[in-house]
Design a protein around this ligand. Structure first.
Ligand SMILES: Nc1nc2c(ncn2[C@@H]2O[C@H](COP(=O)(O)OP(=O)(O)OP(=O)(O)O)[C@@H](O)[C@H]2O)c(=O)[nH]1
Ligand SMILES: [Mg+2]
Length: 187
């Protein structure tokens, strides 16, 4: 049987650390220099669960405004979203609802159905300028999980992607809880 592929979007304003989080997770590296993502990048993860195998296609979308049309097209068919802001830059936090709203409009979910996902407050290794409580409140409002992370230190990076895998696992195999997440084996 062919493996089901789940599309995980990583999105948010430019320079917040989307690519850094993905690279930390997939390659275990961190780059200090900022190289804006031109368009998008895709990395795949093969996951093995007791119920079977599945694939995550992690799509890291460039945050610059010029990619707006491309992004909207890539939103379609998404299964999970990781929306990132920079907790040293309050303006990126205030953009989160607009990013999520644009995404939900494009994904065209049935009424009352939410796209599962998480809000990630990145750069937690630096001095915070957005309170944790505000981030958590925003996540609650949008029905998303909340993580404070650092692509630089590695804080919570594997937890963010484990959560994405776990939610896609529930969807793929109809399991009721996500306790099997620790059984994930990366190949
Ligand atoms: N101190 C610190 N710097 C970070 C962290 N994550 C990313 N950075 C830095 O922030 C800058 C932007 O990181 P990127 O990952 O390229 O940002 P992006 O969100 O992918 O940006 P676009 O591709 O333009 O949308 C780079 O200089 C990174 O080194 C972090 O957790 N801590
Ligand atoms: Mg990038």
């Amino acid at each position: 049987m062919s493996k089901q592929t789940f599309k995980v979007l990583v999105l948010g304003p430019p320079n917040v650390g989307k690519t850094s989080l993905v690279q930390r997770y997939t390659q275990g590296v961190f780059e200090e220099k900022y190289n804006p993502t031109i368009g998008f990048d895709v990395s795949t993860e093969e996951l093995v669960f007791p119920e079977g195998e599945m694939r995550l296609a992690i799509m890291d979308l460039g945050g610059q405004e010029s990619f707006d049309d491309l992004r909207r097209r890539l939103f379609q068919g998404a299964h999970y979203v990781i929306i990132v802001y920079d907790l040293t830059d309050p303006s990126t936090f205030s953009e989160i609802p607009t990013w999520y709203e644009t995404l939900c409009n494009e994904v065209c979910l049935p009424t009352g159905v939410f796209l599962p996902g998480s809000i990630v407050a990145n750069k937690a290794d630096l001095a915070k300028r957005v309170d944790t409580d505000r981030g958590k409140q925003m996540a609650k409002l949008l029905n998303l999980d909340y993580f404070e992370a650092s692509a630089k230190s590695g804080k919570n990076v594997s937890e963010i992607f484990a959560r994405a895998a776990s939610q896609c696992h529930i969807r793929a195999f109809g399991v009721k809880d996500d306790t099997t997440t620790e059984l994930i084996m990366r190949s």
